[in-house]
Design a protein around this ligand. Sequence first.
Ligand SMILES: *[C@@H]1O[C@H](CO)[C@@H](O)[C@H](O)[C@H]1NC(C)=O
Ligand SMILES: *[C@@H]1O[C@H](CO)[C@@H](O)[C@H](O)[C@H]1NC(C)=O
Ligand SMILES: *[C@@H]1O[C@H](CO)[C@@H](O)[C@H](O)[C@H]1NC(C)=O
Ligand SMILES: *[C@@H]1O[C@H](CO)[C@@H](O)[C@H](O)[C@H]1NC(C)=O
Ligand SMILES: *[C@@H]1O[C@H](CO)[C@@H](O)[C@H](O)[C@H]1NC(C)=O
Length: 864
Amino acid sequence: MLVPAILRKMRRQPIIISILFLNLLVFSLYFTLFSYEGLSSSIMSPTAKFNNIQAGSNKLNDNHSNYFTSNSNKPSISSLLDKLAFLNENNFDDMSNNLYKKLFSSDLTNSNWRFSDHFVNNKISLDISAIFSYVNKRKSQHIYDPRITMTVYLNHLNEKFNTEDSNEIPFSWADWVDLSALNPFLGNDKSQNCYDFFHNYDIDIDTIDNGKPFSEQYKNTYCIDNEDFSKSEHGNFINKNLLPGFNFHKQLSVKSNFVGQLYNAKSYLLSFAQPPTLIYFLSDNGTYFKVKPYQSKTMMENGMFDSFVRKPAFKGFNPIEEILNLNKYYLLHSQLDFKTQMIDSNSYELSIPESRFIFNPDELFHYLHTKKIENLEPNEASFLEGIKFSQETKSEDVVKHFTEVNVKWYAQFHDHEIRENGAHYDFRFFSGFLSEMPESEETTVHSPIYDPNIAKQSPRVDNKTKRQTIILSHMAHTLFSLTFHDGLFMWPAHGSLLAWYFNAISFPYDEDEDVQMPIEDLAKFCLKYNNSMIVENPRYGMGKYFVDCSSSLTHRGKELGNNNIDARVIDIDSGMYIDITGLSVSSDKLNRENLNKFQGWITDDQLNNYPLEKKDNNEEAGDENQQKEEEEEKKKEATPEEIYNTHKDYKIYNCRNDHYYTLSQLSPARLTLFEGAPTFVVASSKSLIEVLDTEYGKKSHENAEFKDWYYVDVLKMWVKSDDMNAACHEYQKIAGNTEIKFDSVTSCYLTNRTTVLSELIKNSVYDITKQSMLKNENGDRPQTNILGELFRDNQFTSAHQREMKHFYEGYEWAESFNDQSGIPEDWESVAKWMLEDHAPPRLAMLDYLIFTEKEDQGEEIHIL
Ligand SMILES: *[C@@H]1O[C@H](CO)[C@@H](O)[C@H](O)[C@H]1NC(C)=O
Ligand SMILES: *[C@@H]1O[C@H](CO)[C@@H](O)[C@H](O)[C@H]1NC(C)=O
Ligand SMILES: *[C@@H]1O[C@H](CO)[C@@H](O)[C@H](O)[C@H]1NC(C)=O
Ligand SMILES: *[C@@H]1O[C@H](CO)[C@@H](O)[C@H](O)[C@H]1NC(C)=O
Ligand SMILES: *[C@@H]1O[C@H](CO)[C@@H](O)[C@H](O)[C@H]1NC(C)=O
């Protein structure tokens, strides 16, 4: 049954017929005569490596232009540099125009994978030895390739749709996250029980009663040895060979070193984590498939993988094709999609109803209370439970909901001090510090093996910026697209809003994102997505995000201050997250300072009548205010109800961390893009600037220098200051005056933008090729890959330029030249363009990792 597909392939590639034929024989034998268990290891070629899967995938991408496939005669490096000669022209505008012309020329697009605007490495070919290797390895190790998992699950889902009209599918976290960090503990001689684990990872066990055997102290340690675990109900789902010896039920209650936290997290996901309540597979134009997972063994052991690869139509793993093949009858789409509302409104601007900031869960979700319990969907039942729990919890009893990584500080790893402390990672999905991950990965795609021996062989510390930027970009893109098409208000806030102001893309140094929602939208979001997994549209990448809403949603004030965040969307590959805060009426009283910020936004009467704290008034009152003071004296301390009603009346809303806004500071909200996805920004430019000034100081949005980054207006992107300095140094050499001293990057750049920029870009081109001969004299490579990023950002940053010029008089970062991006000038056309689907402005993680690895193996890479 498998034969036709293979034969078709052979006809195209006669030279390797014999090899394929051999494989074919082995493959048929394997699938017809042996069960997985019966497959003897002698059938596997000892040299077959999982790496073959990656190599195979590259070969298959024959319709994408990338360096693996373009085999025409490539010009030499000197001709590459010739082509850059235009950069030495002195006319600045010409230079910029030429730069953009060059970026969008088909020459460049066709000659280098970095200039692809889509996810390139998205599928895995029919490479039999690689598939054998995958099957075989998964018997004794944890390995993870998201393309295989997603293809197999989606294919099974389609079968359930078509044969049983059901969306229930088996699920195992071991298929969906990279647990390979646990591999060093697999096998009898390497397994560690709980006691060994605590001992070896520097975990304080003072609190643990040493008198008792360790296995009896489960309640304190949250750890259970294999023997006991295998007898538990969870034990039924996990192959004993894949258990590390220790099994964690939750996060350790004491600090450990970070590798200890990593193993703790991976073991928890393997052994105890419940499947998500629902899985949402996102597709095009705001559509999605909704799936109910149930706990199961992995796809290797429950028959899903086997049944998929035995299909006559099997020709590799292609998640994009698979999601497009799913039965469209089950494709869902919200009728409240803002896209439709925007087009209907014709103004690309929507008012946010006041009612969305007033939280009456019993009223809002009344329809759920009228349902019979047995008719509630799983997410509905747990949401009602969550709200009830929140309502019944007293403010002084609310505990912190979210758990971050909790490492001993200061921490050392591989003989250096660790630069991160864990606060930007959710504990459960922690895969190690991004700044400590090796760049290339031997057997896995998504997380490294923390094997000291591997680390010694290639002692490279990855530059975490790139990974971090990719993860946040794809996560934000997914979340904003999702809520926009669901008709739920959400917009970038705090640091994310400031980043939006510059170029509508996150700062490269951001470690998380912040977004806000009106409380009603947030509650509906939690009803739909709490504890669920959202899977990025595979056209763009392989991101998977877990939603976690707090258990105190009905508490709208600061209280003990340990739940400032209402919900979190977490990248399950790394644990990085986006913080969501709800805005609502509350009975948290404004202080004098916060009240004064509302001058011009509420009436003077309202300002004067606001029931401030007594002591606030006294501080203010001078002798001449005696009369006023006496008046205030007469006022009683306002009750929480009175404050609540005042805020409701004044339309003042706050998050749980002292950020207050009036309705007119938030609404109407205009369409915009952030990270390439449609979202909102307040339509009033006065409000926008005030909010930024209040939070970050008056100069924040005018300042090109931040930490060690520099905003290059012409490129519309942030560049490492070191790269700028290097370019300045080159400029001094060109100008023949190495004595020139600049007091800042800005002053150097402004002295001769043309030359500095052209040096900067030349350096960046070196980075793209990664050829060793192109390192500079110190053997360094620039840190910013300008051309590659510019190509992908350009349409987004150009659309942002058009928008800002239209709406913000005196926009500091306005550029006048035509940037060749093809984005129209008028707002209405820009808005229409914004409403279409776009890929995120960053590479997919798989493209980044795999190609990085190839480059580092010293393969020749040519561009132009
Ligand atoms: C590549 O494109 C050609 C023509 O557009 C098509 O016939 C062929 O099937 C494609 N190959 C793959 C592997 O998608
Ligand atoms: C999504 O919308 C675009 C533009 O309206 C359309 O061309 C495309 O076919 C749609 N895709 C799907 C899968 O419906
Ligand atoms: C990576 O970038 C950081 C800044 O984020 C820089 O300080 C560091 O030197 C770079 N590391 C390497 C190994 O290139
Ligand atoms: C979300 O799920 C978590 C974990 O089950 C639960 O503790 C929390 O109460 C839920 N929140 C809401 C708003 O339902
Ligand atoms: C910038 O520097 C280049 C190289 O030294 C020089 O040819 C050019 O005239 C300078 N331009 C300006 C505006 O100073």
